[in-house]
Design a protein around this ligand. Sequence first.
Ligand SMILES: CC(C)(COP(=O)(O)OP(=O)(O)OC[C@H]1O[C@@H](n2cnc3c(N)ncnc32)[C@H](O)[C@@H]1OP(=O)(O)O)[C@@H](O)C(=O)NCCC(=O)NCCS
Length: 335
Amino acid sequence: MKKTIIRGTGRYLPERVVKNQEMSQWMDTSDEWIEQRTGIQERRWIDEDSKVGASDLGLIASRIALERAGWQPEDLDLIIFATLSPDINFPGSGCLLQSKLGLKSTPALDIRQQCTGFLYGLQIADAYIKSGHANRILFVGGEVHSTGLERANRGRDVTVIFGDGAGAICLEGVETDEDVGLIATSLHAQGDYAESLMLEAPASRLSPRLTHEMIDDGRVWPKMDGRNIFKLAITRLPEITQTVLSKAGLTINDIDMVFPHQANLRINQSYQKAMGIADDKIFNNIQKYGNTTAGSIPIALDEAIEKNLLPEKSTVLFVGLGAGLTWGAMIYRFL
Ligand SMILES: CC(C)(COP(=O)(O)OP(=O)(O)OC[C@H]1O[C@@H](n2cnc3c(N)ncnc32)[C@H](O)[C@@H]1OP(=O)(O)O)[C@@H](O)C(=O)NCCC(=O)NCCS
């Protein structure tokens, strides 16, 4: 039977480091507040005037992943691009990336799953591979948040959290009887909580979609009910982890490394405690990058591979929750 196998990973974080201290030039905040509440010390933001979009960050990450897989862009059957911050409203960043890779007809699709973009994207890739519609797939999760954050007191809860960055993964269908690849998945969504974390305008339900009044009212910036998201995360992440572990017939002790979405270090510490995960079996890098949304898990995975933390046959668990509300978990075993 065909299994979905990771052949190469890559990441790109912009070079500009924005430390917590820098945030206090735009709003009432402090290094202590940000680090205590979120664990974040710094994040990467693109240069203000660089005109760089999510597909540009994705392109650099993709080239690295393709090289590690030993593939040319022409080898790809499909590109899946997960982002909540597309370069332009439409067409999607996947199409822009396809062109930047020099491709002329390879299918490309965007998904809008926010912080679970990687989890949804991986399951979509798996379904394409197992149904025979594609065998070599490039998944990219990437965001340029910094151009869409309100640098003022009104937006300070959101602005301090998010960072720019992209991760890319080459996935291939491989015929094998071994118990490898994506071995259990569970995804959910609950639109009842859409307003707990959203960016409203410009919106097709409004006519006109954008007015000066909407800009003045701040409806063009993301809004978050941080406490609610926090509460939802600390209950649902352990629950869904148990669900995928049961589906795979495993326990948490069988997992070599857990990759939680990087939204808040306190959420991940609470999750770690609830699940009884040892410190060296959970990977966090939010301290350096903030929340890179669809980029977060693939960036972390690439870092862990580079640090040789995942030997052959390692079993890893990915888990996350974010805007939608969407949440999910999956277990992957390396070849
Ligand atoms: C955003 C978050 C860090 C806020 O932490 P919190 O402990 O819940 O803080 P609160 O929202 O209750 O705000 C406490 C106070 O800090 C203030 N505050 C908010 N942002 C601030 C900032 N950047 N700097 C300083 N003070 C800030 C609030 O205005 C509030 O002030 P008040 O008590 O005078 O009204 C936290 O709720 C969180 O991380 N939630 C999850 C968010 C998440 O995961 N989002 C992404 C999902 S993918």
